[in-house]
Design a protein around this ligand. Structure first.
Ligand code: MN
Length: 329
């Protein structure tokens, strides 16, 4: 997906802060979602929990959009024209619906529920994403992973994986990145990372062994889920600091609770995010924007998209003041 805000801010991520919440503060930080239209007068809206002022990164996870359920028979679904990416991987994960993906590697793929699609756009890639009319309810998440500096120009790549559901007492888990509950995803990433769908049965409590070096974010899609002393409502993300070796989740609702658990070792590099680009400096962003506007081969071309590509928005006149991440510990 594209960040199609008309005036995207430049966000500096990963910089330790003064004046943030104390690292040793107990409990879970609740990251509320911001409602963002994906461009156009009747565009679909997404609930964005990353980046935000209080937190720009969880591990290398740098962007989290949550959308739907949207009935694409009566409302506008997803139709994101070809747009570029640099310095990141996109992770598409659906709960329901179907999205047709085309990219400048020549990939033409259908994104379906329970199937992870990860696209790597290091030096440059472009892609389009269009929901299909075959499945009427569109519902899922779009996540981005920042690439570390030594891999920021990684080759274009596209990986697909269908995790086998893992049953534990009280929940079903699908591990799309990293390792959890005895399952390990074969998908290649560049920093230690976790991504999994966890669906809790009504009133269930589960305790999962987690990597003590990881920080975690639990995004609630449905249900009310308690993590430590904090109750998370649908569309909220709960941030949990590193240093724990188990994570206990309690579904306090009478229905199944569906969540996405993200994790990773704190990403210690400073990055600059603007629109669909990640770089190390404002100059990197300016260059990527110019290259896209000049149709440079850096990004390649998407074949067979019925329409024109997305133009880059104007850059802000001034470099936006850094938004800083509280130290993880
Ligand atoms: Mn995209």
């Amino acid at each position: 997906m594209s960040n199609v805000e008309t005036e995207p801010a430049e966000v500096r991520c990963g910089v330790p802060v003064d004046g943030g919440r104390p690292a040793e503060a107990p409990g879970v930080d609740v990251l509320a979602a911001r409602d963002v239209p994906l461009g156009g007068p009747r565009a679909m809206r997404v609930r964005r929990t990353l980046p935000q002022r209080a937190r720009t990164l969880i591990g290398a996870w740098c962007f989290a959009d949550h959308y739907g359920p949207i009935d694409v028979a009566t409302a506008h679904g997803m139709d994101v024209a070809p747009h570029p990416h640099t310095g990141l991987q996109t992770v598409s994960w659906l709960f329901s619906g179907e999205v047709e993906h085309r990219d400048s590697l020549g990939t033409h793929a259908l994104i379906r529920p329970g199937e992870m699609n990860l696209m790597t756009g290091g030096y440059g890639i472009c892609h389009s994403e269009v929901s299909t009319p075959r499945a009427t309810v569109l519902h899922g998440v779009q996540l981005w992973v920042a690439l570390p500096e030594e891999h920021q120009n990684a080759e274009r790549d596209f990986q697909h994986h269908i995790p086998e559901p893992v049953r534990v007492d009280g929940a079903e888990i699908r591990v799309f990145l990293g390792s959890l509950a005895g399952d390990t995803s074969p998908v290649r990433v560049f920093t230690p990372l976790l991504g999994a769908q966890i669906t809790l049965e009504p009133r269930a409590t589960i305790t999962l062994a987690v990597d003590t070096a990881f920080e975690h974010g639990l995004l609630v899609d449905s249900g009310d889920v308690r993590v430590a002393d904090t109750l998370l409502r649908p569309a909220e993300m709960g941030y949990v600091r590193p240093g724990i070796d188990t994570l206990t989740l309690v579904n306090e609702s009478e229905d199944p609770a569906r969540t996405i658990l993200l994790g990773g070792t704190p990403f210690e590099e400073e990055i600059v995010m603007w629109w669909n680009f990640i770089g190390r400096s404002h100059e990197d962003i300016v260059r990527a924007r110019e290259d896209w506007e000049a149709s440079a081969q850096r990004f390649g071309d998407v074949e067979e998209y019925p329409g024109s590509r997305l133009p880059a928005p104007a850059l802000p006149n001034a470099v936006i003041r850094p938004r800083r991440n509280p130290p993880p510990r």
